[in-house]
Ligand binder design. Structure first.
Ligand SMILES: NC(=O)c1ccc[n+]([C@@H]2O[C@H](COP(=O)([O-])OP(=O)(O)OC[C@H]3O[C@@H](n4cnc5c(N)ncnc54)[C@H](OP(=O)(O)O)[C@@H]3O)[C@@H](O)[C@H]2O)c1
Length: 348
């Protein structure tokens, strides 16, 4: 009897011990699990804070765009801006109009351009993809407008459609080349005057293959989105070399010229991209690109800043002159590009 009771007590003790152990084990597991989640939570919070700080630093340094603050007045002056129905061109037109300039919106889409037309802002049809259209525009302008003080070659094409072969080189460089040459006498007659050409920092990965231009009247071949992007960078290198050579040819005329990078700016520039590219570009633009107002500042600087005449032919970014890579200041390439452009645009 005594032995049986002892055995029962022993069993009870063991059972209590077992339950206590189980409970301790479970709570230990829970505590450990809890520890891991707390650590993970802390890690996420710290990572998010570091990312936020990094992003803020990037936004306030690399992506920061200085403002052109001079209150230069332009009463009695006339400015042509290509591609001014949207994006950087439109914002430039609105700013210069507020300063009193007569603005010529040189655009290919009358309806879109006329949204911005008003007192002192006039639409004139210009399709830079057609040499005939460039000639008609210049003829019409020279016949109807007595002055030209600032020419802003702003329009830019980065069509992602395969039938756009030759288009990027044609619009971004050849069209602007012909337009500028046809208007040079009027610019000289109204000197001091300026030619401002909107290029891109993308020029750094561009190059010019003259054999390809001779064979295909284009800067390269291919119709994938990436190859078209490459053509865009080549055309932006052309903008800088064109300005480099133009400055030499304008020496002593009091007409000066500048090329520039406007910054990474949220505009409609990727509107022809396919869905995949749009899905990639949209978040990048939202996070890392500045607003259109920021994109206008360097154009305003090049068009209006006093005392930069000795920097004619140079490339600007963030409202300051910048040193360009050797390929963008090579005299021989710039001269050759000028001669090829004369031939392709029917001037020689
Ligand atoms: N946004 C950026 O981050 C960035 C960076 C570096 C350089 N850029 C340069 O900045 C300039 C302005 O670009 P954006 O960003 O303001 O682009 P956007 O919003 O796409 O504006 C481009 C303008 O060019 C016009 N255009 C295109 N093809 C034309 C043609 N054949 N004839 C006449 N006009 C034509 C467009 O007219 P439609 O509306 O009729 O198409 C539009 O008005 C471009 O030269 C671009 O290369 C921009």
């Amino acid at each position: 009897m005594q032995t049986h009771e002892n055995q029962l007590t022993q069993e009870r003790v063991e059972s209590v011990q077992y339950r206590t152990f189980s409970l301790l084990h479970v709570s230990d597991l829970r505590r450990r699990k809890c520890g891991y989640s707390t650590m993970m939570f802390d890690f996420l919070i710290i990572s998010a804070a570091l990312l936020g700080i990094g992003y803020a630093v990037l936004w306030l340094t690399v992506l920061k765009m200085p403002r052109f603050k001079r209150s230069v007045k332009l009463n009695g002056k006339t400015v042509i801006i290509t591609g001014s129905n949207t994006g950087i061109g439109r914002a430039t037109a609105l700013d210069l109009a507020k300063r009193g300039a007569r603005i010529i919106l040189a655009c290919r889409d009358k309806q879109r351009a006329e949204m911005g037309a008003g007192a002192g802002i006039v639409y004139m049809h210009l399709d830079l993809a057609s040499l005939q259209s460039v000639r008609s525009f210049a003829e019409n302008f020279l016949k109807t407008e007595p002055r030209l003080d600032i020419l802003i070659n702003n329009a830019g094409e980065i069509s992602f459609f395969s039938d756009g072969l030759g288009m990027i080189f044609g619009v971004n460089h050849i069209g602007h080349f012909l337009l500028t040459v046809l208007l040079l006498d009027r610019l000289k007659a109204c000197a001091p005057s300026r030619v401002v050409t909107v290029s891109s920092r993308g020029y750094e990965i561009g190059n010019i293959d003259f054999e390809c231009i001779n064979a295909h009247k284009d800067l390269g071949r291919g119709n994938s989105a990436l190859s078209l992007l490459r053509l865009y960078t080549h055309s932006k290198l052309c903008n800088i070399l064109f300005t480099h050579e133009l400055a030499k040819r304008l020496e002593g005329t009091n007409v000066t010229c500048y090329s520039l990078h406007p910054g990474a700016i949220r505009t409609e520039i990727g509107r022809h991209a396919n869905l995949l590219w749009k899905m990639v570009l949209t978040p990048i633009m939202a996070l890392f690109f500045r607003d259109v107002e920021s994109g206008v500042q360097t154009t305003l600087y090049c068009a209006l800043q006093e005392g930069i005449e000795h920097l004619s032919g140079r490339y600007f970014s963030k409202c300051a002159v910048q040193k360009v890579r050797a390929k963008a200041r090579d005299d021989a390439t710039a001269k050759k590009l000028w001669e090829v452009s004369e031939r392709l645009s029917g001037l020689a």
